[in-house]
Design a protein around this ligand. Structure first.
Ligand SMILES: Nc1nc2c(c(=O)[nH]1)N[C@H]1C(S)=C(S)[C@@H](COP(=O)(O)O)O[C@H]1N2
Ligand SMILES: [Mo]
Length: 252
């Protein structure tokens, strides 16, 4: 008698456990189904579902809000810099298509008149060195020594007052294959350089000759090599790696 009811209870419990178990699987499956069926955000390649993108955007807002331009990235003595800096990423750097002699930096002003600057124009601006720990998102870092002029000197020298009121700066390689978007506080940061020297010598071709961006407050992806065009906008300019699923700001 006693055994029988115990067995019955046991059977019922097992049944309930099974029902709950399968219900959970059902819920998880339905949730997953829902997520994967959500529209993708506008990424070119690895686009992600909009609910996931919303979480990423929220993270970005939190971090860019915490980030302060008053903070300087740690600097090192020149002697601490690597003699042979690692080369990474060659999008937009096809040498066979690049006319070194014809290169000019194009600065597109908001009223649509474009400045064309030579390397000589840029070298007239105050020159500084920045020695810092360059970090790539792929998981390597190294201390490197760069020289050039602060981005903010360009703004000052060419009276880009209207432009600096904008929220973002966009940069492209001359062939427009690689491009980045940078928030104004980061591009105006005192350690952000229009850079033309590495270890005291002109930039090598594969590291962005004649002019590249050095932006210590960001990961490597934002350090566009071989600047062709600079533009200003209130909306996020297209960004090569953001379109491939990376965080837009990639701040440190
Ligand atoms: N034009 C261009 N700039 C670029 C890239 C690229 O592929 N093309 N890669 C970026 C990435 S991911 C990194 S880590 C740095 C590497 O700079 P380095 O080659 O001087 O080490 O350049 C950035 N700038
Ligand atoms: Mo990188």
């Amino acid at each position: 008698m006693v055994d029988e009811s115990a067995a019955k209870r046991y059977k019922r419990k097992t049944l309930i456990a099974f029902i709950v178990f399968f219900a959970m699987i059902g819920i998880a499956w339905a949730g997953w189904k829902w997520l994967v069926n959500q529209p993708l955000d506008n990424g070119i390649r690895g686009g992600i579902q909009t609910p996931l993108r919303k979480v990423l955007d929220l993270n970005e807002e939190v971090y860019s809000g915490l980030y302060s331009t008053k903070n300087l990235v740690k600097e090192y003595p020149k002697s601490a810099a690597v003699k042979k800096a690692r080369v990474n990423g060659d999008v937009g750097l096809d040498e066979t298509l690049f006319d070194t002699a014809a290169w000019k930096l194009q600065v597109v002003r908001t009223d649509a008149d474009t400045l064309f600057l030579t390397m000589n124009d840029i070298k007239q601006l105050p020159k500084i060195d920045v020695v810092y720990n360059f970090k790539c998102i792929e998981g390597w870092s190294q201390i490197t020594w760069w020289s050039g002029t602060r981005f903010s000197e360009l703004i000052k020298k060419y009276s880009l007052h209207k432009e600096v009121q904008m929220k973002f700066v966009g940069m492209n390689t001359p062939d427009e294959e690689y491009y980045v978007g940078i928030d104004m506080p980061s591009i105006m940061h005192p350690q952000t350089l229009l850079c033309y020297e590495l270890n005291g010598k002109p930039l090598p071709m594969n590291q962005g000759y004649p002019l590249r961006l050095i932006i210590p407050v960001k990961y490597g992806v934002k350090h566009l090599k071989r600047i062709g065009t600079i533009s200003f906008s209130n909306t996020k300019p297209p960004d090569y790696w953001a379109e491939r699923g990376y965080d837009y700001y990639t701040g440190l």
